[in-house]
Design a protein around this ligand. Structure first.
Ligand SMILES: Nc1ccn([C@@H]2O[C@H](COP(=O)(O)OP(=O)(O)OP(=O)(O)O)[C@@H](O)[C@H]2O)c(=O)n1
Ligand SMILES: [Mg+2]
Length: 404
């Protein structure tokens, strides 16, 4: 058994010793079969939440009314969820109430896709009543049972189907795809935060292009924030190599760039993204406007914007134009390495030095002088050394020697 499962085995064994059933379930089992990195390990059990809480010394009640308790075992948190069916649904979101059941089969039956409805016991034996392994072998995403029923239970599952395409490169089963087309409008019931989480996973996946095409083909894009009027642009976005974008900021920046959004801030706010990310994207887009071509970089501009923002901007530009991303990144790195100082903090003189040398009280002029010095240092006119800078100021007749 692989290490992440091994580490959690004690939980399953304890539950079994007390007469309950317990299994590994969900994404971890799927990823094990796919030889992907194992993420969070989820456990399903016949024990009720209260029973789970009594058995383990360290538990956190994160939603026991829905059946889930976190068990902290050897310093790692595991979600342990009571076998359940989701009997009542409110507004196509997650269930308003759950019914706890004592059978694994019923629990697996209410899960979204067959590949996610495989359980594994403490000996590593798989329990796969819905053909999940076969779906994985055939690289197919297929709902457990009636797709309309599964999507009505939780409309986010339609987004999940397409983000799995982006992550795994699997195909959508025809009936599942048809049901997404027919039920796309149910997505309107889902909170933006949940959609954003799936959309980010989709963009990050190695098959993002294929998934973006599917968002258009199924009509799901119509219910995603700010995408309703962007059908053609999204279709175009699907033709780029998203794999070359290697951070959240780069991906969202590229999306704004390719979709020609009026205001990146408004667009990203509609997706409820954090301010820090919004600032990062705005900066990359501002750079693209200020520096019209990748050959227009100067030491001064690179110093001003910083390497990270510069790389984000040039990555966006080169992915959009089909140029060699690595080459542009390399050039920027080399130019940055040649800078005598990389940040304002590294300048060998401070505002206090300037006021002392000039013998004047502080004011906006101090910043102007510091900028002048910064430029001279960046261009190699003067070494970044306090005395050299002092001499340089005297030489330029900005101060008199005796004020030293
Ligand atoms: N809307 C949902 C969300 C989850 N699940 C079930 O709960 C499991 C765990 O959910 P989650 O961790 O959200 O997704 P994963 O499939 O594990 O994907 P990831 O690897 O991204 O965590 C899923 O495998 C699936 O069996 C479901 O049926 N319907
Ligand atoms: Mg998971």
């Amino acid at each position: 058994m692989k290490e992440p499962f091994q580490k959690a085995l004690g939980i399953i064994q304890t539950l079994q010793q007390h007469g309950y059933e317990a299994y590994f379930v969900g994404g971890a089992v799927r990823d094990l079969l796919l030889n992907r990195e194992i993420g969070d390990i989820d456990i399903a059990t016949s024990a009720l939440p209260d029973e789970v809480m009594q058995l383990f010394p360290k538990t956190i009640d994160i939603g026991s009314q829905h059946g889930t308790v976190v068990v902290v075992h050897n310093g790692i948190s595991y979600e342990v969820t009571t076998f359940r069916t989701e009997s009542e649904y409110e507004d196509y979101r997650r269930p308003g109430a759950v019914t706890f059941v004592r059978s694994l089969y019923e629990d697996l039956q209410r899960r979204d896709f067959t590949m996610n409805a495989i359980a594994m016991d403490a000996e590593g034996k798989l329990i796969d009543p819905f053909g999940g392994q076969e779906a994985i072998a055939n690289r197919i995403i297929c709902t457990v049972g009636d797709p309309k029923a599964r999507f009505s239970e939780d409309a986010l599952r339609m987004m999940r189907a397409i983000r799995f395409v982006g992550q795994l490169g699997f195909s959508l089963d025809e009936e599942t795809k048809q049901a997404i087309i027919e039920n796309a409008a149910l997505l309107a019931h889902i909170s933006v935060e949940r959609m954003t989480m799936e959309f980010e996973k989709l963009l990050e996946g190695p098959f993002a292009s294929r998934a973006l095409s599917l968002l258009v083909e199924t009509g799901l894009f119509l219910y995603l924030p700010m995408l309703r009027d962007k059908e053609n642009e999204l279709q175009a976005a699907a033709r780029y190599n998203w794999r070359l974008l290697d951070s959240r900021g780069q991906r969202w920046g590229f999306l704004c760039y390719i979709l020609c959004v009026d205001s990146a801030a408004d667009f990203l706010r509609a997706w409820k993204l954090p301010n820090r990310l919004i600032k990062e994207v705005e900066m990359a887009l501002r750079i693209l406007q200020t520096i019209p071509s990748s050959s227009d970089w100067t030491k001064e501009r690179l110093f001003e914007f910083g390497l990270e923002h510069a790389i984000a901007a040039e990555t966006i530009r080169s992915v959009a134009s089909g140029e060699n991303v690595e080459e542009h990144r390399k050039k920027l790195n080399e130019l940055f390495m040649s800078l005598p100082i990389k940040t304002k903090k590294e300048l060998a003189v401070s505002g206090n030095d300037i006021m002392k040398w000039f013998g004047k009280p502080g004011g906006p002029w101090v910043k102007e002088i510091l900028t002048l010095i910064e430029r001279a240092v960046i261009h190699g006119e003067v070494d970044n050394h306090k005395e050299r800078i002092h001499e340089w100021l005297i030489h330029r007749n900005l101060i008199r020697g005796e004020n030293c």
